[in-house]
Design a protein around this ligand. Sequence first.
Ligand code: AMP
Length: 420
Amino acid sequence: MSTFKAPKGTYDLIPPESAKFLAVREALSAPLRRSGYGYTETPGFENVELFARGVGESTDIVTKEMYTLTTKGGDELALRPEGTASVLRAALEANLHKSGNLPVKLWYSGSYYRYERPQKGRYRHFSQVGAEAIGAEDPSLDAELIILAHDAYRSLGLRDFRILLNSLGDKECRPVYRAALQEFLRELDLDEETRARIEINPLRVLDDKRDSVQKQLVGAPMMRDHLCEACRSYHEQVRELLTSAGVTYEDDPKLVRGLDYYTRTTFEFVHDGLGSQSAVGGGGRYDGLSEMIGGPALPSVGWALGVDRTVLALEAEGVELELPPATEVFAVPIGDEARRVLFGAVTELRRQGVAADFAYGGKGMKNAMKSANRSGARFALLVGERDLTEGVAQLKDLGSGEQTAVALDRVVTEVRARLA
Ligand code: AMP
């Protein structure tokens, strides 16, 4: 072991578990790639102000959880705690919104950093797959994103997740509601920090997980009773589109989420097998964000799904992903000449798309066969001196133990036929 360990709140992805993460990333993004979303990559760090303005000065993410640094040149940067602000910044910087082709639909996948108190499902470094549809106000777009996330989870075999849905109103009706909520909250028996929150972001108080707070929230005014006509009708259309797509959801009038920029549609995917860190993904509409970061008005909607928690959810449900085998054929040479010939066969197998590996390091036959079995390969391909003189290789089925001699120049054809 080295004297160093992975930093607190982080973990390494190593084989064979790492294959699961790759498969989850692939499955979460597959529906997006079929729906007009283009791949986007942005830097792992940004100007700290982008998040302060974009995520919100009063959010836990910005006040407590950001990894910030000052560069030698004096720039104030932050490791990205989420993807939306960066992706929107990138879209604006590249003038994608001026292409005359709105919405701009983008997807991304990568690492995010939050200085949180680590626990199962909550890490300081984690992975998300995200999607943003920028520059259109259309209930079908909100519905599309929710349906795509739903279908992605289903394609992985997940069943025990629920979709929580709410509308947070817009710049017309939200301020009126906010004032009514503040009036209600100011009368409650709350600690200093929560009282301060009432003045900065009262909606977030609804999201307080403590029983002592939740008990007092009975009878609190709810956004859904204060939605203006435009927001009410918009939300109703989103709900209808989800229902006709066969996607079930629960109306959750208290769902607010931890970021400041949401308007109208807000949703969260929760999994019941995960304990307290139950949100596997979430998102919503953010019509004001572009203006907050200095851009034009661009109503948009998006989501981010957590890869780490999706893997935990699969484990909680006992879902085994069908992963392609890392190695299909493992080559075992006996002797130097066999090594040269077999290495050539392995190279050819790989070029023909067969996952093949080789007993490196001059191992003896016994150790080489151990490696072959450990690799999970279906076949071992053995060549010894006598095989060389006969121009054959022994193809051994590692499941049944059955072994057949195959002409060396027919190895690739034979292996591919057997694997098919
Ligand atoms: P959020 O931007 O907070 O809504 O996060 C979206 C998704 O990312 C969540 O639903 C989680 O699945 C995942 N996520 C957020 N924070 C963490 C974390 N600290 N550790 C692991 N996953 C996280």
